[in-house]
Design a protein around this ligand. Structure first.
Ligand code: ATP
Ligand code: MG
Length: 676
């Protein structure tokens, strides 16, 4: 934590970045070298130099990171209310806010809704029906595939036609119909004020490129600071250049060895190109790591992927003492889960709080067995990444209702709400959209009556009630009251639909509470969509110091974070690296960067786990377990820097498949020794 002023405790290299003037600044640095802390201190120092807080924009990768940096910077500086005036957020959230002020210039209706992937798929689905492309030909791509192709084309800039030819050969016979659908998709979204994630960035970039509006938008900020720049995509690069032409007032921070969003069209080469493109750029390199001790960094340094030679970043720490990383070999995944819980509890007994430990995994599903084991043994945990709160159906229902308050043309939201009524299926819902989501007529009560009359008899009463509750909510002024109206609308529908309705309504109560704290309801749900909290507990802000729980997280969601003790599971080829990435060299490189991110989260202790056998492994025949090769990232150089601990049970005689293959539990060695 920080002591007092923004300069407290910074080393010389960090300080040089913090006090740097207004010229372009790029901080190229390894993991845990204080990039984020330096960026935060720089914001505070700019404010103390007299830059008004509202002229500073901080762009980060998650809302949580932005909130944290803004509040720290505000505490470190002497400007009053800096926290309220500093602009901070993700690219997408800031884009949404900017677009909201310029809908007219963009030819959009005054209220816009943000579509997540599932919503985008719904729009595509509606269009497939409109174009008569459903049901007739079973080989016609499904809506989800169409959205994939569309988004890939947008993100890579490769025309969809070419993309289909190279990557989706089986779609080729339908290519003309697909192109027609894509054109309709673009037109329909524009018509209804619907923006998917890509659209947000594209629209912001277009606004910035406009000779009149562009300079107004860019002119709102004198300083733009970007954390985690290695994960930007081409559109974000253009936005950054347009915000600070020539790089004046631009500060960018990144580590190309930690670029982990290539699958979304990001390219870490942007970080180094930026250095080449800005003529007067100052580059600061940070290599001193403040997070981990040297024994862990020795491993991280041999694993670190990317630049060689003079560009290579080699981390070093003043903390010389510490236990080297451990590689635990165990029999199979159930044994791995038990051993991890043993280890977590052992550390807990020695005084480590659960929250000082994290279990990281390549894919969210990898912790299934561990979650069962933790629950059985009463260890509280939260999970980051994987299924997000927003993906829960009732939360999406709520978001849909809120979206309709401001944007009655939002047909995806209508489509979702209509289908919550008994007796209204997809086909009927589509036919009712004509009256309800008419782009010309917004919130017209006569049209509501028309929709009710057209609904099946059994749904009329409920539908009429929903529509009048919605109209009532719309007429309210206070944000909390409007949000509560949406909850009232959903209450009877959810109660009829779900057995666990009371837990679900509890979630929505919490959402209403959180919405009530926000200045703008539409922005609140847009934020929810753009950066969904991992769980309802997340809504209430950081958990109190009294709560103690273990963190389970995907490596992606662990980016930028740190824990004293870190466990990484499933270090076998096919899991980490993931089977799905092994097809291309770029895929494997991205996995290597993910592995580097995982290793560098640990401050004091790092435990890696590799079961000998994995179910449903690539090489497995039928349902039988098969030998799982150790992760390729643990090569000889890496193995030289870890302590290998063998917890596999002794082989029972001539039966190499072992007893576990027949379902018997194998007694494990006494672990107390090991963790002493
Ligand atoms: P990552 O690459 O994981 O995003 P980072 O480079 O952003 O890491 P920070 O998260 O800013 O690094 O810092 C890592 C840890 O080191 C934090 O606990 C931070 O408080 C600490 N730290 C950074 N600079 C110093 C310093 N000068 N003195 C003491 N501790 C520091
Ligand atoms: Mg960081």
């Amino acid at each position: 934590m920080f002591d007092t002023g923004w300069d407290a405790g910074l080393d010389d290299a960090q300080l040089s970045a913090v006090v740097h003037g207004d010229g372009p600044l790029v901080i190229l640095a390894g993991a845990g070298t204080g990039k984020t802390r330096t960026l935060t201190a720089r914001v505070a120092s700019l404010l103390d130099r007299g830059v008004p807080a509202e002229r500073v924009l901080l762009l980060t990768f998650t809302r949580r990171a932005a909130d944290e940096m803004v509040s720290r910077a505000a505490r470190l500086c002497t400007q009053p209310d800096a926290g309220q005036r500093l602009a901070g957020g993700t690219f997408h959230a800031v884009a949404h806010a900017v677009i909201g002020r310029h809908t007219e210039a963009l030819g959009l209706p005054p209220a816009v809704s943000v579509l997540d992937r599932a919503d985008a798929t719904d729009v595509m689905d509606l269009l497939r029906h409109d174009h008569g492309l459903d049901g007739t030909d079973r080989r016609f791509p499904r809506a989800a595939t169409l959205v994939d192709i569309y988004s890939r084309a947008v993100n890579t800039g490769v025309p969809a036609r070419a993309l289909i030819k190279t990557d989706f050969g089986w779609v080729q016979p339908h290519v003309d119909a697909v192109m027609e659908l894509f054109r309709a998709y673009v037109a329909r979204k524009r018509d209804r004020g619907l923006l998917d994630f890509d659209d947000l960035l594209l629209a912001w970039r277009s606004l910035l490129a406009d000779p009149v509006v562009g300079p107004q938008i860019a002119g709102r900020w004198d300083h733009v600071l970007v954390d985690e720049y290695q994960d930007v995509n081409a559109t974000q690069v253009d936005i950054v250049h347009a915000l600070r032409p020539g790089g004046h007032g631009l500060t960018v921070v990144g580590d190309d060895a930690q670029a982990i969003y290539g699958f979304r069209g990001s390219d870490h080469a942007h970080l180094r190109s930026l250095v080449q493109e800005l003529p007067e750029v100052t580059v600061v390199r940070l290599e001193r790591n403040f997070r981990s001790h040297q024994r862990l960094l020795d491993l991280a340094n041999v694993v670190r992927p990317g630049a060689e030679g003079e560009h290579r970043i080699t981390l070093h720490s003043d903390r010389r003492e510490g236990r080297p990383a451990r590689l635990v070999r165990c029999h199979d995944a159930p044994a791995e889960a038990r051993i991890i819980v043993d280890s977590v509890l052992e550390a807990h007994q020695k005084g480590r709080r659960l929250r000082e430990q994290a279990v990281l995994m390549r894919a969210a599903a990898h912790s299934d067995l561990l979650e069962v084991e933790l629950t059985a043994r009463g260890v509280p945990f939260v999970k980051y990444g994987g299924l997000k709160f927003l993906e829960a159906a009732h939360v999406k229902d709520f978001v849909a209702a809120v979206r309709l308050l401001d944007n009655p043309r939002d047909e995806v939201a209508w489509y979702r709400l209509l289908r919550l009524h008994d007796g209204i299926g997809p086909a009927r819902a589509r036919s009712l959209l004509g009256s309800l989501a008419d782009p010309e007529l917004s919130a017209d009560l006569d049209r509501h009556a028309e929709a009710v009359a057209a609904a099946p008899a059994m749904s009329r009463v409920a539908l009429a009630a929903s529509l009048s509750t919605l109209a009532d909510a719309r007429s309210r002024n206070r944000i909390g009251e409007r949000a509560r109206g949406c909850l009232e609308l959903l209450r009877p529908l959810l109660t009829a639909r779900y057995r666990d309705w009371s837990a679900r309504l509890g979630d929505l109560e919490r959402l209403v509470g959180a919405a009530d704290q926000s200045p703008d309801l539409a922005a609140f749900v847009a934020e929810l969509t753009l950066d969904p909290p991992a769980s309802t507990s997340d809504l209430a802000g950081p958990p109190s110091q009294d709560d103690d729980y273990l963190v389970l997280s995907t490596v992606h969601s662990a980016k930028g974070l740190e824990w004293p003790v870190v466990h990484v599971l499933h270090l076998v080829d096919g899991s980490f690296p993931s089977d799905m990435a092994l097809g291309t060299p770029e895929g494997v490189e991205e996995e290597a960067r993910l592995f580097y991110v995982a290793l560098t989260r640990a401050a004091d202790e790092l435990n890696l786990y590799a079961p000998l056998r994995m179910p449903h492994h690539r090489h497995a025949r039928d349902d039988r377990h098969s030998m799982a090769p150790l992760s390729r990232f643990l090569d000889d150089a890496a193995l030289d820097r870890v302590e290998v601990v063998d917890l596999t049970p002794p082989r029972p005689g001539a039966d190499p498949a072992g007893a576990a293959a027949r379902g018997t539990r194998v007694a494990l060695p006494d672990l107390a020794d090991l963790w002493a």
